[in-house]
Design a protein around this ligand. Structure first.
Ligand SMILES: C[S@@+](CC[C@H](N)C(=O)[O-])C[C@H]1O[C@@H](n2cnc3c(N)ncnc32)[C@H](O)[C@@H]1O
Length: 340
C-alpha cells in the first residue's frame, strides 16, 4: 500500500474506532469512505482491522457497549461487505452470532480516547432520560468542555475544581486524567446519578474520598507534585446548598456542562453561582466555565440576562478547533467564562 493510502486507511480506522467506542449514532460513521475503499481494494483486510478497532477492541471487550448497538453496527458492516463482495467474511458473522445471543442489560459502556493515549470509560444508561433525570448519559457539551480543558490544562493544574451537575462524569474524568488538578469535586443532586458517578470514578482508577464533609473541613496540604488528584463526589443541590457549604470545598475553578435546559434550571444555576461568588480563596473568587448546546436561544438569553442581574460579568471563550471527541458537527455549542 502506498504511504498516502496507508494514511487514508489509518484515518478511516480512527474514525470508526472513536465513534464506536463512544457508541455514536451509526449514521455519523464514515460509511461512504469505507464503501469507496471496499470497491478499490480487496477490502477484507480493512474490514478485519475495523472489527479489531471496534467490537473486538480491548476496551469494548472489557466494558461492552449496548448489545443492540453492536448488533446494528455489525449488520451494517456485513451489508457494506456484501454489497461489493460475494464471499461472506466469516469473522463478521462470528462476531454477529456472539452478540445475537447476548442479553441486553439496562446499562452500557462508552469510552473516549484521550490524546495522551489514555481513555475514559463510562457506564451509562441505555436511555437518554431515565429515572426522571438527564444525568445518566453524557451530553455533547460535556465533550466540548472536556476538549477545551484538555487544550487548556493550566486552568486546572494544581488547582481545586468543583463541577456542578456532573452527570455521568466525562468532563471531570478527562480533566483528572490529563490536566493534573490538585483536587476534583464532582457533584449532582440526583441519587441515581451520584451512584453511577461514583461507579464511574472508580471504574477509571481513582479512589474516592470517604467522607466529603471531613474532606471539606480538612482539605489537606498542597502537594503540587502529587500525580493523582484527590477526588470526591458530593450530593449538592443548587437550590438548597449554602454559601458556607460551597466555600468549604475551597474551589479555584467551577465547571458545568449542559445545565441550561429550561428557565427553572437557569434560575437555580445562577442562584448557586451567586452563592459561589461569595467564596474567597486567597482573596479571590473562583473562575467559572459553563458549557452548553444552543438548543433554545431564549434559554441562553435568559442565562446571560440573569447573570447581568446577579452582577456576574461573562465573556465567551473562543471556539476551539481541535476536535478530539465524536459529537455531532452541527450542534452549536458555547463556553462562557464567568468572573464571579
Ligand atoms: C443534561 S445533564 C448534564 C450532565 C453532564 N454535565 C453532561 O453534560 O453530560 C444535567 C445534570 O444537571 C443535574 N442538575 C439539574 N438540576 C440540578 C440542581 N438543581 N442541583 C444539582 N444538579 C442539578 C442533573 O441531575 C443532571 O445530572
Amino acid at each position: 500500500m502506498a504511504p498516502e493510502e496507508r494514511a487514508d486507511a489509518a484515518r478511516l480506522l480512527w474514525g470508526f474506532e472513536r465513534r464506536f467506542l463512544a457508541a455514536r449514532a451509526l449514521r455519523s460513521f464514515p460509511w461512504q469512505s469505507l464503501e469507496e475503499k471496499l470497491r478499490d481494494s480487496s477490502g477484507s483486510e480493512l474490514l478485519l482491522d475495523i472489527l479489531q478497532k471496534t467490537v473486538k477492541h480491548p476496551l469494548c471487550v472489557k466494558h461492552p457497549p449496548s448489545v443492540k448497538y453492536s448488533r446494528s453496527f455489525l449488520s451494517e458492516l456485513i451489508r457494506k461487505h456484501e454489497a461489493v463482495h460475494t464471499e461472506p467474511l466469516d469473522e463478521l458473522y462470528q462476531a454477529l452470532a456472539e452478540v445475537l445471543t447476548a442479553e441486553e442489560p439496562t446499562h452500557c459502556h462508552r469510552s473516549y480516547l484521550l490524546p495522551s493515549g489514555d481513555s475514559v470509560t463510562l457506564c451509562e444508561s441505555t436511555a437518554i432520560v431515565s429515572h426522571g433525570t438527564t444525568g445518566l448519559v453524557t451530553w455533547n457539551a460535556a465533550l466540548y468542555l472536556a476538549e477545551w480543558a484538555v487544550e487548556n490544562p493550566a486552568v486546572f493544574t494544581h488547582r481545586t475544581a468543583l463541577e456542578l451537575g456532573s452527570g455521568a462524569g466525562l468532563t471531570g474524568l478527562a480533566i483528572c486524567k490529563t490536566c493534573r488538578p490538585r483536587a476534583y469535586v464532582f457533584s449532582d443532586c440526583h441519587s441515581r446519578v451520584l451512584e453511577q458517578l461514583r461507579g464511574n470514578v472508580l471504574l477509571n482508577g481513582f479512589s474516592l474520598e470517604p467522607s466529603i464533609d471531613a474532606w471539606a473541613q480538612h482539605p489537606g496540604p498542597h502537594t503540587p507534585e502529587a500525580e493523582r488528584p484527590r477526588v470526591a463526589v458530593a450530593q449538592l443541590d443548587w437550590d438548597t446548598v449554602t454559601a458556607p457549604q460551597l466555600a468549604a470545598f475551597q474551589p479555584d475553578v467551577i465547571l458545568a456542562a449542559d445545565v441550561l435546559y429550561g428557565p427553572e434550571t437557569v434560575l437555580s444555576l445562577v442562584g448557586v453561582l451567586r452563592k459561589l461568588s461569595t467564596c474567597r480563596k486567597d482573596q479571590r473568587a473562583p473562575d467559572a466555565y459553563v458549557a452548553f448546546t444552543i438548543r433554545n436561544p431564549e434559554t441562553c438569553q435568559l442565562f446571560t440576562t440573569e447573570l447581568g442581574r446577579a452582577g456576574i460579568p461573562w465573556e465567551e471563550v473562543p471556539r476551539h478547533n481541535q476536535k478530539l471527541f465524536p459529537y455531532e458537527e452541527h450542534s452549536e455549542m458555547a463556553i462562557l467564562k464567568l468572573t464571579l
